[in-house]
Design a protein around this ligand. Structure first.
Ligand code: FE2
Length: 143
């Protein structure tokens, strides 16, 4: 597994957590409490994931990036302005970004599997399980 790919995934998670916090705080409308709580569960999971991946990186002798500026340059998840968002906007943005993360997690899981890197297989399997379940929740909300 290329170090670059893991660092990019790590940077994406670090960017995504800020978007989820943004929506947790700024979502508006009648679904506020429901989405506020859903987004809370999501950022707790993402926070744990960042720590787990950082520890896997450290076990490989890789330093996880910690400078915010560097993280945002390495990530390909876009950052979002802090402002009011309708429930639908937050759900649509999350679907777009979670799909992107899910695809990447699946690709990296496949590579880890071929290379018999079990801790990474485990990590990326958990990631795709999480993103798939969240995508299901979000799509149900839009129906
Ligand atoms: Fe909160």
């Amino acid at each position: 597994m290329e170090e670059k790919k893991l660092i990019k995934y790590f940077s994406n998670l670090n960017t995504l957590i800020h978007n989820v916090l943004n929506f947790h705080w700024n979502v508006t409308g009648g679904l506020f409490l429901t989405l506020h709580q859903l987004y809370n569960e999501q950022y707790n999971f993402i926070f744990e994931s960042i720590d787990q991946l950082a520890e896997i990186l450290k076990m490989k002798g890789i330093y996880p990036p910690t400078c915010i500026k560097e993280i945002y340059e390495l990530a390909d998840i876009k950052t979002m302005e802090s402002k009011d968002y309708s429930a639908r906007e937050t759900i649509e943005y999350e679907i777009e970004q979670f799909e992107q993360m899910n695809k990447l997690a699946y690709e990296l899981g496949e590579i880890a599997n071929k290379e018999d890197q079990l801790s990474l297989v485990d990590f990326f399997t958990n990631q795709t399980n999480f993103f798939n379940k969240q995508l299901y929740f979000l799509r149900q909300l839009l129906k």
